[in-house]
Design a protein around this ligand. Structure first.
Ligand code: NAG
Length: 383
């Protein structure tokens, strides 16, 4: 029934009833229109959003190398080797300055006269003048390494008819029983200790303390060697080499020569050297730190020239700087294959020909030495 229908006029109720219906219709009409507008508006904005989402997906496809890679089929999740990923993590974690930077000022104290000997056994060189002195830098706590050397290549006092002296060089270390070290020294008379802090970054100080001891406590010895405690040393072959005709008695420094070695500027490296300590990109030719041999006139010269060379934490390269600043140079050994660094496996014949080899542990040194000293020929000669 329409409101405008006037077939059944009703004077009293018709009009108000129809007006009521009309206004309610208008209300719903407006409501619907508004509702539709609202729906349209919502639809419109949703359309826009889906478009930007779709665009987002295609962007991710285009720049997928920027996003974290997810495994696809058989493809590995990362192309970077695990080792390098760990390294990258390290780089992010280590943001604090490298100790070499923090301790920069201390390096100006490398000159050995800034330190004094706590133990120095000055008589060991006078009792029996050595032909060769083996100076072994070692951490105070490392009794096992010292005992292994005392039981192996450091044992013989006479080698190939020449007097050989083996001494251990230590710095100070917190938490180490001083009494125990003194007892060890009373028993063996082979500890040299100086009062600088014994740390990896202070190895240049230790080397200069070695040079200072040789120059002041043992100047009459013919030759000396700085040799690390993880080295297999064939002392017989070393003495034979030093007694070869033509081996210089002065200004002689030999070992495994290292030329054109770039300075490591990565702060995560054990061998990191800041530019402020050593500005050149390369080191002068030097002898590898595991073991270098020198005529015993050099230590006093090293100590003297070191006063004018800024110290840095790579001790063997620092000695290379000393040689260079003295106007001298390193010398190739008569047989360069005798100075070896990393060893892959023990070979009785090979170990009878070399002078140095770096080992993994003190136990390995004892094992190899025990076999090496067994009677019988070292090499099975093909006849
Ligand atoms: C080196 O030794 C000196 C003297 O004992 C000490 O002050 C310094 O902290 C040590 N440096 C490092 C890097 O251990």
């Amino acid at each position: 029934m329409f409101c405008g229908d006037e077939r059944e006029p009703h004077p009293l109720h018709k009009k108000p009833l129809c007006q009521e219906k009309k206004s309610s219709f208008r209300f719903w009409f407006h409501f619907l229109v508004l509702f539709c507008l609202l729906i349209l508006y919502l639809f419109y904005t949703m359309c826009n959003n889906t478009q930007s989402l779709r665009e987002g997906f295609s962007l991710q496809k285009t720049f997928s190398w920027l996003f974290v890679q997810t495994p696809q089929g058989n493809a590995p999740p990362y192309r970077v080797h695990l080792k390098h990923r760990l390294m990258l993590n390290d780089i992010h974690e280590k943001t604090e300055p490298h100790p070499a930077q923090q301790q920069r000022l201390q390096y100006h104290e490398a000159y050995p006269h800034n330190y004094r000997f706590v133990m120095d056994n000055p008589e060991v060189c006078k009792v029996n003048l050595p032909f060769l002195v083996l100076m072994v830098p070692v951490a105070p706590k490392d009794v096992l390494a010292r005992d292994a050397i005392r039981a192996t290549w450091g044992k013989d006092r006479v080698v190939q008819g020449e007097t050989v002296l083996t001494l251990f060089v230590l710095g100070l270390s917190g938490g180490i029983d001083v009494k125990e070290l003194q007892q060890e020294n009373q028993q063996h008379n082979d500890l040299i200790q100086s009062n600088f802090l014994d740390t990896y970054l202070n190895l240049t100080i230790k080397t200069m303390v070695i040079m200072d001891w040789l120059a002041t406590r043992c100047p009459a010895a013919a030759y000396a060697m700085k040799v690390d405690s993880d080295v297999f040393l064939n002392v017989d072959n070393l003495v034979i080499m030093l007694k070869k005709p033509g081996i210089p008695q002065k200004n002689y420094l030999t070992g495994l020569l290292k030329g054109n070695v770039p300075v490591i500027r990565s702060k995560d490296s054990k061998w990191y050297v800041p530019k402020e300590l050593y500005p050149d990109p390369q080191y002068p030719t030097y002898t590898q730190g595991m073991g270098y041999v020198f005529s015993n006139d050099l230590p006093a010269k090293f100590v003297e020239v070191s006063k004018s060379i800024k110290p840095f934490n790579i001790e063997d390269a620092y000695i290379g700087m000393c040689i260079k600043n003295l106007g001298l140079s390193v010398t190739s050994p008569p047989d360069y294959s005798q100075f070896r660094d990393y060893n892959t496996r023990y070979d009785r014949c090979e170990f009878s020909k070399i002078i140095t080899y770096i080992l993994d542990s003190s136990e390995q040194l004892i094992d190899y030495w025990t076999d090496y000293k067994k009677p019988g020929p070292h090499c099975l000669d093909k006849l």
